[in-house]
Design a protein around this ligand. Structure first.
Ligand SMILES: CC(C)(COP(=O)(O)OP(=O)(O)OC[C@H]1O[C@@H](n2cnc3c(N)ncnc32)[C@H](O)[C@@H]1OP(=O)(O)O)[C@@H](O)C(=O)NCCC(=O)NCCS
Length: 193
């Protein structure tokens, strides 16, 4: 799914990490011109994270619908939502989607900012990229005068849950999330600012 060129770059970054190279983490807001990269990154990171636990046909159908260019383009056109690429050096290693009221997937409290998606390619995980993105989202929320940030995380995604706890999030509820007919439970977690 991820193109051959991007895969080669991912491999070379893995080598540079093993060699101890330091690469700066930066963020760039996605525009409509970036839609094809956002689409690829969304599909690749979701597959990385959840292919093992889901039926392949249902996952393919889910990715084609949820992460089509048209769907992502309409999400990006929503004034309450914004997407940012997470760069490691000059490589787009992940992305984050944040939502303000009235565009949140749940809660919709004007005092809050939602992190609806935060995904880092597997070979780039554990290098501080996710932590950088959470800190940036918290800074944005403070700038907007919000009191807290929140997100939903699959109840069985233990690594992400432990990452969020280290980042100061705590559980405040749960809601359902569907991949095809497969109903899953997401914990809702909040971090006060
Ligand atoms: C969860 C996620 C966004 C964190 O981003 P990250 O760049 O790996 O996070 P950081 O490097 O800033 O922090 C890593 C910390 O998270 C934990 N962690 C979570 N997943 C990890 C992984 N695959 N590899 C290494 N550490 C991981 C570790 O405990 C680590 O803690 P430490 O810094 O004390 O060692 C990222 O691992 C990811 O995209 N995971 C798969 C997709 C996913 O689950 N997204 C969240 C959906 S709600």
């Amino acid at each position: 799914m991820f193109t051959a060129i991007l895969r080669r770059q991912v491999r070379s970054h893995k080598l540079s990490r093993n060699g101890g190279a330091y690469l700066r983490i930066t963020m760039k807001r996605c525009t409509q011109a970036d839609i094809s990269l956002l689409c690829e990154l969304s599909r690749a990171t979701f597959t990385d994270a959840f292919a093992a636990e889901n039926d392949p046909d249902e996952l393919t159908e889910f990715l084609a619908g949820r992460y089509s260019e048209d769907k992502l383009m309409s999400e990006m056109a929503d004034d309450g939502s914004s997407f940012y690429f997470l760069y490691c050096g000059d490589f787009p290693a992940g992305y984050i989607k944040i939502n303000l009221v009235p565009s949140q997937s749940d809660i919709n409290d004007p005092d809050s900012l939602e992190i609806e998606r935060i995904y880092v390619l597997r070979n780039f995980q554990g290098r501080g990229i996710g932590g950088h993105a959470i800190a940036a989202a918290a800074d944005m929320a403070r700038t907007f005068g919000k009191k807290y940030i929140w997100l939903g995380v699959w109840e069985n995604n233990e690594r992400a849950i432990s990452f969020y706890k280290k980042q100061g999030f705590y559980r405040i509820g749960a809601h359902s999330f569907f991949i095809g007919r497969n109903e899953q439970t997401d914990y809702i977690m909040r971090r006060d600012l």
